[in-house]
Design a protein around this ligand. Sequence first.
Ligand code: ATR
Length: 274
Amino acid sequence: MDKYAVIGSPISHSLSPKIHAAFAQQTGQELEYTAIEIKPEEFFDRLNELQNAGYRGLNVTLPLKGLAWEAADTCSADCNRAQAVNVLALNSDGSRHGFNTDGSGLLRDLTVTNGIRLEGRRILIVGAGGAVRGILAPLLRSGPLRITVANRTADKALELAESFSDLGEIEGCGLDGIAPKHSAQLYDLVINGTAAGIDNSLPALPDDILAPGAVTYDLMYARQPTAFVKWGRDHGARLALDGLGMLVEQAAESFYIWRTVKPDPRPVLAMLRA
Ligand code: ATR
């Protein structure tokens, strides 16, 4: 039976094994999928071991996405720009192909599952780490009016904005640059891509930044509403979403990459929400 896994650290709470088991059942595919704890310092050795042991694909999560990009023999232009890979396809001849399905997973969750239009919208993204690098290209291609990337360390946001500026209107700033100067600059969509949620804290955000009907989206998810989901609800967001939908969508795309069969993410998302 072909073997697959999600790798990262920590990994014990990952929902990916459950998601892929549901996809396998839904599509009648026989495969094994587990969660394997791998720390950055052991990444390359463990990757070789897994590939030699017959693993055919890996989902890669924190903090290994940059290393997975380094380990891939080939990958898409978007992976190279993001310098992050979240899906590896492993071949028996030892070659490895990298993909990044985070951005397309987010886009599908926003536009298909939740019916949100991105064309002409003002988008604020808070954070400038790997999670944000992975979603910027697909978001810029969806035609927003402007994307503002704001980060605690302003320089990182400025650099990031500069490196994606050929794809659309994008600017970088510190958290003190978020506040709109007038109402026409309020944000239609605010995405939290910081790691602050790991200890259930929030980046310091001004109160009045959401346009009427705005949506907030936390790239993270948790069993309970995250601190940022609560922030969205408390500040009048029409929808305050967490990253579970994105997780299931990116998983469906990785399943397709490995098995060339596309599972339906909707019943799996409904099962997890229930
Ligand atoms: P990842 O790959 O998950 O994005 P990362 O590269 O370590 O992880 O980036 C984490 C992001 O969360 C960064 O943008 C970080 O801000 P800094 O660049 O200033 O470090 C942001 N972050 C982490 N904790 C935060 C907090 N408590 N408030 C605001 N931003 C925070």
